[in-house]
Design a protein around this ligand. Sequence first.
Ligand code: ATP
Length: 443
Amino acid sequence: MTTTEPAQSTVSMDTLVSLCKRRGFVFPASEIYGGFGSTYDYGPLGVELKRNIKDAWWRAMVRERSDVVGIDTAIIQSPRVWEASGHVQNFHDPMVDCLQCKGRFRADHLEGPACPTCGAADSFTDAREFNLMFRTHVGPVEDAAASAYLRPETAQGIFVNFENVLNATRRRLPFGIAQQGKSFRNEITLGNFIFRTREFEQMEMEYFVAPEQSDEWYARWIDLREAWYHELGIQPENLRRDVHPQESLSHYSAGTTDLQYRFPWGWDELEGIANRTDFDLTQHGESSGKRLEYFDQAEQRHIVPHVIEPAAGVDRIMLALLCDAYRVLPDEKGDDRVVLAFAPRIAPVTVAVLPLSRKEPVADLARQVWDQLRPHWTTQYDDTQSIGRRYRRQDEIGTPLCVTIDFDSLEDHAVTIRDRDTQQQERLPIAELVNALRTRLSF
Ligand code: ATP
């Protein structure tokens, strides 16, 4: 299926947030109780969109590769994990308070001496370091000994299982371990909808390489990750690389490149690709007393592998896809219609089934057609209101193809396929429908 030439997306966040709520992509969490600061729930369409993003990542990073395996580790690990990784000591942001309005901000996000909320000049307290990990208690006693943390990243669960995976799979370098799952950070400044929240989903892969190959694989993974966003349908002009200067690298990193998306508020990070050297395995090796090493048969030597890490956020990718896909295009009469021009694999609904009558026998035939399609794709059945309005609704949620069943279908056993982007319609036999849709969707 071809997508019509994109107009540069100029959607405002207000428009997008309202569409997301109205159509069931994203709801404010705990809304009936007045909401819960920058926390969101994903509705029926949001959950499909997120699932499609995660599936696309898992396919590209695990299933289609011969050198990567998956893992799913606990959210609450031993606190020793976070001591060894440096998170207890180093995972904090500098926080300031405005004495005027009591607003709280990340010092490194402020531009100039004025408070972004109330405008007061030079009203900030000195910066204090604020650890971003959520602390909790495990077991019935709430004392320091029972203290634990919700993970702030999925990566450490991979490092602490390095030996287990190596023993279980007998992998040779280079190889990777991939994980998707929730992470938690007690962020000081939130905002921009689902871009930065306290609870979010990550997709991370730790790729273990011989030390002398780390530069080469670092470069290769930046290319591969960038290409993945293009395949997802992100317009190339809205994606760029941001190479971190040497002096601003994290303590563990020998190189970091972010992939940034051009959001409505400007360029911002979608994913970071870091050369983490042997930092994590060395730290956990020393702290646990285990030798987290690899025996290189060819060279007859023990080495601590170096690690290249592509780390992405599902929620941010979803927001980027929504911004990128948003179009206002003309309908058949030249009026505006809103279209989310998702790539077919990403669209939350792939095919909509629209009968022209709610009554038998058209409805009966439409249900038979729907039964045929449900095992193959995510579908929706809609028999309410005029066909024009139903097309508009499907356009607005990004459904690539609609199938219309009318009175003639009873005679000729044929239906009409309508394309979201071109609005072109084509009639074809029901017997050929699944194959015809598959050809158009390419999956
Ligand atoms: P930022 O600089 O935006 O705080 P980061 O550099 O600390 O992000 P990483 O630790 O590299 O982020 O995490 C990898 C990815 O996880 C990020 O690129 C982002 O997509 C996602 N991510 C991190 N923090 C959040 C958050 N609070 N909300 C949503 N996604 C997040």
